[in-house]
Design a protein around this ligand. Structure first.
Ligand SMILES: [Zn+2]
Length: 86
């Protein structure tokens, strides 16, 4: 009879769809747009429309940076990025 008691026990927390913060259609790991830039420091405000957000400054450390707001990816153009160097 102990098996029946275990099955009847309620589980920890039933999933509540209303508390899901991230709908399936918005996956932040996929770039919405890739933009080639010639400077390691770029300003992004998301442009017009639904992706608009307060302007933020992004710094390209390696060869690209993704905007945390609109998931645009800024790629450093080949041969660029020497500002502040020689
Ligand atoms: Zn952005």
């Amino acid at each position: 009879m102990s098996a029946m008691a275990i099955m009847d026990r309620p589980t920890a927390a039933p999933p509540d769809p209303a508390e899901d913060p991230m709908p399936d259609v918005a996956t932040p790991l996929v770039p919405t747009e890739t933009i080639e830039v010639a400077s390691r420091v770029v300003a992004c405000d998301g442009g017009d429309g639904a992706l608009g957000h307060p302007r933020v400054w992004l710094r390209i450390v390696a060869d690209q940076v993704m905007c945390p707001y609109c998931s645009r990816v800024y790629v450093l153009a080949p041969g660029a990025g020497h500002d502040g160097g020689h």
